[in-house]
Design a protein around this ligand. Structure first.
Ligand code: GP9
Ligand code: MN
Length: 694
């Protein structure tokens, strides 16, 4: 009896389940049947974006990026949801219009990518010169079938539409309230997807989204549509910023430079390098604390240390970057201006007039160039290097790129330098005087390509003698396996590449009449606790010393800020042992480089915000984009309104107030120069006349 009962129960359950499945299938089928156009619109939109990623970035991870597919689906379903506001007969026009629009985005980017290995930017396309460039590109590229594949989307939508029309699909009546319900239902669905998407974002995704320097990354994580919308906002923002406040900005500019000198002050270094060739090395993430730092007697950075010991070394030098990191460094180095308060100058204000080192050297008959074996559009360098006056920018497409030779973000520094030496040799044969900036890449966060850095243990090895007289080696892990430890390994690699570069140049006689200038673009951007282990390691516990321990060295936020120093070195082959071979310990910032070099090479920028260090000496002040500042006497934290004294000298409230005012004014003027394009003679004729007639 029980068996029959159970069998009956099971049967009932099975039938119920079956009915549920049929009902569900029926519902799904019904949904598909009634929403064919919407579904086709979503599928084609997402597919096009996926194809674009596939054709451009060629790796499975890139084109099947779930995050990008999710983001594309959110965008397309949200647009599609509003289609329900239209009556069925008008709905096709809505979907078709948007389908063409989304297809155009994919096509333009596809063409653009072929030529620039990067995704298109609205602000670039609005520049006539770029329109011409891309226009030519389109013509030459017309035969590339891959760019036409996207058209299949609107064609498919059209075919579906014609079929539906034939089947009298559009004759169906649906009530306004029903349409609204459908729209809200679809919007809630995309809202749900949006929540899932936001939850899966990492802090790296968010920061790269806002910084916008790595377009490929944004497309890979956010899809092409979000990328384009983000780019549109970024292109409009500078225009909005520069719409209001010109009068106030120009007045402040006028006051600030009222006493600026027409000619620079001279000193014992004036014109010492006039006419010499220049190689500037943008040393990615190189920090001053690696100079002379050793593990088990081995130097972390023997070549960098050698340059510092043989040349002019500025040991108290800071980069002054904001969110634009590398690009901010380049901006400040080249122009002696500070990074902008919002956005980055390289991305948002690349079309302003800048007075820069290459422009001033161009005027002196130099051939100027820059080299970076990475994508030319990273940090928008293709456009910005032109604005800065570099006559030629050698980027990824100018180098033989062998993936086997990648370290970190791209082509290894060794390979980059090796190929660059040949290029420099050719330039040297062609040009009388030349100036080149070489941007390194390998020593870039997250320093995780450890197996490619080569052997460089960052542990502590000690030989101990046992009671019986035998010896053995004891190894303490120390920095092994830590991020900072990996940074030192990466530094050691990059330093090796630097050494090979100098040797390569020398071999070809390219150092004979050349000055090498090296700056660290910013610190390694690693958390404070990493340094605590470096300075307070306890071998016995393999941990950080207790704060109570007499050997404990305080590494607080001030120490951390002061520890972010980067090297600045001016070196020539024959400087060692001469009076030009010294260490200058005065506080110096990236904005002081252009005026200091200007004095040595014979160029002058009246609107520089920094100073020639040999004129200002111990009175220099270095301000940071966040309002903090440092001088020989103290480091001031503007957020906490607190400071760390650096000498025994008394500090008055008055000098703090003065320095704060100086910093705020400087940051305002710098920002205004860039946002309102105040160095553009054409736009500011009147303004310049007022200043020049003073
Ligand atoms: C990109 C490279 C890195 O090409 O210069 O920039 P960063 O992340 O250091 O700003
Ligand atoms: Mn950098």
């Amino acid at each position: 009896m029980k068996i029959v009962k159970n069998a009956y129960k099971n049967l009932k359950k099975n039938i119920k389940n079956r009915i549920r499945v049929i009902k569900r299938d029926h519902l799904v089928r019904e949904y598909f049947k009634n929403n064919v156009l919407f579904i086709a619109f979503v599928i084609t939109g997402v597919l096009n974006s996926t194809i674009l990623r596939f054709l451009c970035m060629h790796s499975l991870e890139n084109y099947l990026s779930i995050k990008a597919i999710l983001a594309d689906t959110i965008v397309v379903t949200t647009i599609g949801a509003f289609g329900y506001l239209f009556k069925p007969k008008d709905r096709f026009a809505y979907y078709f219009g948007f389908c063409i629009f989304l297809t155009a985005i994919c096509m333009i980017n596809s063409v653009y990518y072929t030529f620039y290995t990067s995704f298109a930017s609205v602000s670039m396309l609005s520049l006539t010169q770029y329109v011409i460039d891309v226009g030519d590109a389109v013509v030459e590229n017309v035969l590339q079938i891959k760019d036409l594949v996207y058209i299949l989307s609107p064609l498919a939508l059209l075919a579906i539409h014609l079929r539906l029309k034939k089947k009298n699909y559009y004759k169906k009546v649906d009530l306004k309230s029903e349409r609204k319900k459908k729209m809200l239902g679809t919007l809630s669905f995309s809202g749900l997807l949006l929540i899932i998407f936001l939850v899966t974002l990492t802090s790296l995704d968010v920061s790269r989204f806002f910084k916008q320097w790595n377009k490929e990354y944004i497309v890979m994580r956010f899809g092409i549509y979000v990328y384009q919308a983000n780019d549109l906002v970024a292109s409009v923002q500078p225009k909005v910023n520069s719409m209001f406040g010109y009068d106030k900005a120009s007045k402040e500019f006028n006051d600030y430079f009222a006493d600026a000198k027409e000619r620079p002050d001279t000193n014992q270094y004036t014109n010492i390098f006039e006419g010499k060739n220049v190689i500037v090395i943008h040393a990615e993430s190189m920090m001053t604390n690696t100079i002379d730092l050793k593990f088990n007697g081995e130097d972390v950075a023997p070549n960098l240390s050698k340059l510092a010991h043989e040349g002019m070394f500025f040991s108290n030098f800071y980069s002054q970057v904001s969110v634009g990191t590398s690009s901010d460094s380049e901006l400040t180095y080249n122009t002696s201006l500070m990074p902008t308060k919002s956005g980055t100058a390289f991305v948002s204000y690349y079309n302003r007039d800048y007075i820069s080192i290459p422009k001033l050297l161009n005027e002196k008959g130099y051939y100027t160039f820059s080299m970076h074996a990475n994508n030319a559009d990273f940090w928008n360098r293709r456009a910005m290097h032109k604005s800065l006056g570099y006559k030629r920018f050698y980027s990824k497409t100018d180098y033989e790129i062998d993936k086997e030779k990648f370290v970190g973000l791209g082509l290894s520094d060794e390979e980059f330098f090796r190929q660059s030496v040949d290029k420099i040799e050719k330039i040297n044969n062609k040009h009388d005087k030349w100036y080149g900036l070489l941007i390194m890449l390998s020593n870039h966060t997250p320093f995780s390509d450890v197996e490619k850095y080569g052997e460089f243990p960052v542990d502590i090895k000690e030989t101990v003698t046992n009671e019986d007289g035998t010896t053995e080696e004891v190894v303490y892990p120390y920095m092994e396996g830590t991020k900072l430890g990996n940074y030192f390994k990466s530094m050691h690699y990059a330093d090796g590449a630097l050494g090979q570069f100098i040797a390569g140049l020398d071999e070809k006689g390219l150092l004979d009449n050349t000055v090498i200038v090296l700056y660290g673009d910013h610190d390694a951007r690693l958390p404070k606790k990493n340094y605590n282990r470096l300075y307070n390691y306890d071998k016995e516990t393999d941990d950080v010393l207790d704060e109570e321990d007499p050997n404990y060295k305080e590494y607080d936020s001030y120490q951390y800020e002061l520890g972010r120093k980067v090297p600045f070195i001016i070196w020539t082959k024959d400087m060692k042992g001469t009076k030009l071979n010294f260490t200058d310990t005065n506080t110096m910032g990236m904005y002081d480089v252009a005026p200091t070099l200007g004095n040595m090479f014979g160029f002058y920028n009246k609107y520089a915000l920094g100073h020639d260090i040999f004129n200002i000496k111990e009175n220099n002040l270095v301000c940071f984009p966040n309002g903090n500042w440092v001088n020989n006497k103290m480091y001031y934290n503007s957020q906490k309104a607190a400071y760390l004294p650096l000498t025994e000298e008394p500090i008055s409230e008055e000098e703090i107030a003065q320095n704060n005012e100086y910093t705020n004014k400087l940051l305002d003027v710098s920002n205004n120069i860039i946002v309102f394009d105040l160095l553009n003679d054409e736009k500011n004729k009147e303004l310049k006349e007022v200043i020049d007639n003073k």
